[in-house]
Design a protein around this ligand. Structure first.
Ligand code: PLP
Length: 357
């Protein structure tokens, strides 16, 4: 559907925009949204940008009962010249198709959807906040809309993009968080849906997250689902450790979600000629390193926070203080570099930025 015309229906009166200090994550939405529909005979059809409003769906729609849905998350930043900058959106489009394939959902035309996204952002560009650390969060997603209570892949789908101005993830500069190693619940196992961004993974994670928060921990560190020994991810971020000078992140397996930020961090570390390895890493190894005084840094990576330093790890009551609870030099350098590239204050040597013009 490469050149298909996108119909635009504008709102009559715009909503009031929140002031930058009121912004939280995912609470405010812009005036418009992008929609297209799919059915088996026509494929994707009727792409349109329309006023943001509630949907009407059949109560028997498959999304409500069997969770056939996928999503993405990326951001647009306002540069110093008023330029609108997307960070590696092509990667999100590819990942969405990977997720959709796992969930038996139809593929999208990546370049068409990127074009539609740019068009939507231009229409709502006044919603992009420009205070320091703020951005426009972009949520593309797809749902199964066929009314059918039998368990089978839907024949009908809706793809949508909504936009949400978001505040700075860090109120007072980047700050380390406390992390609880999760010993009871599991995020994903090989053969499951862990490599797909699909709702069920997040529904299944809520119980562990709630328990962590009750105990004053920000997130959980997920272990592998078979032996509960090997590190997988932290919350909905990928995770890195620096042990005796080596920077390590769990190698991609069949249960880890491949983050765009993870990929970017690896590229930067290689570019800086720092020793970095993708391999399995066990909690025993981390504890041994901690006891030897060689657990130098730990941090999570993801679109929302970019880099989230870990100041404490609690494994079954055994507390490990990392870098004195302070942000380490690698985490700091990665954060400053990636956010600098996103905002255009630093050069973009890898051509990560896609401008909306
Ligand atoms: C989205 C996500 C990440 C991070 O991916 P980014 O593309 O870097 O934002 C990591 N783990 C999980 C489970 C995720 O959902």
């Amino acid at each position: 559907m490469g050149n298909e015309h996108i119909r635009v229906e504008r709102i009559k009166t715009g909503k009031t925009k929140p002031s930058p200090d009121q912004l939280q994550f995912g609470k405010h939405f812009t005036d418009h949204m992008f929609i297209m529909d799919y059915d088996a005979s026509q494929g994707w059809n009727d792409p349109r940008i329309v006023p943001y409003e509630p949907l009407t769906l059949d109560p028997a729609a498959i999304i409500f009962h069997y969770g056939q849905t996928v999503f993405e998350g990326l951001k647009a930043y306002l540069g110093g010249n008023g330029d609108i900058r997307l960070f590696r959106p092509d990667k999100n489009m590819v990942r969405m198709n990977h997720s959709s394939d796992r969930l038996c959902m139809p593929q999208i035309d990546e370049s068409f959807v990127l074009m539609a996204l740019k068009k939507l952002i231009k229409i709502d560009q006044e919603w992009i906040p420009n205070a320091e650390g703020t951005s426009l969060y972009i949520r593309p997603f797809m749902i199964a809309t066929e009314a059918n209570l039998s368990v089978s892949a839907s024949h009908n789908y809706r793809f949508m993009i909504i936009l949400s101005p978001v505040g700075s993830y860090y109120k007072e500069g980047i700050n380390p968080v406390r992390i609880l190693v999760e010993n009871e619940y599991i995020r994903a196992v090989a053969g499951g849906t862990g490599t797909a961004k699909t709702a069920g993974n997040y529904a299944a994670s809520l119980k562990a997250q709630e328990t962590a928060e009750e105990n004053d921990y920000a997130q959980v560190l997920w272990l592998d689902g078979v032996e509960k020994r090997y590190v997988e991810e932290v919350g909905s971020m990928n995770v890195f450790f620096k042990i005796a000078g080596e920077i390590v992140t769990p190698a991609l397996n069949d249960s880890i979600l491949e983050g765009v930020t993870r990929h970017s961090v690896l590229q930067l570390l290689h570019h800086w000629d720092l020793p970095v390895t993708e391999r399995r890493i066990s909690m025993d190894e981390i504890k041994t390193a901690y006891e030897a005084g060689t657990l130098e840094e730990a941090f999570g990576t993801g679109t929302a926070a970019v880099i989230s330093p870990i100041g404490e790890l609690n494994w079954d009551g055994y507390k490990m203080d990392i870098n004195g609870g302070e942000t380490g030099p690698i985490a700091r350098r990665l954060y400053d570099t990636i956010t600098g590239i996103q905002l255009g204050t630093l050069e973009d040597p890898f051509e990560w930025i896609v401008q909306v013009d």
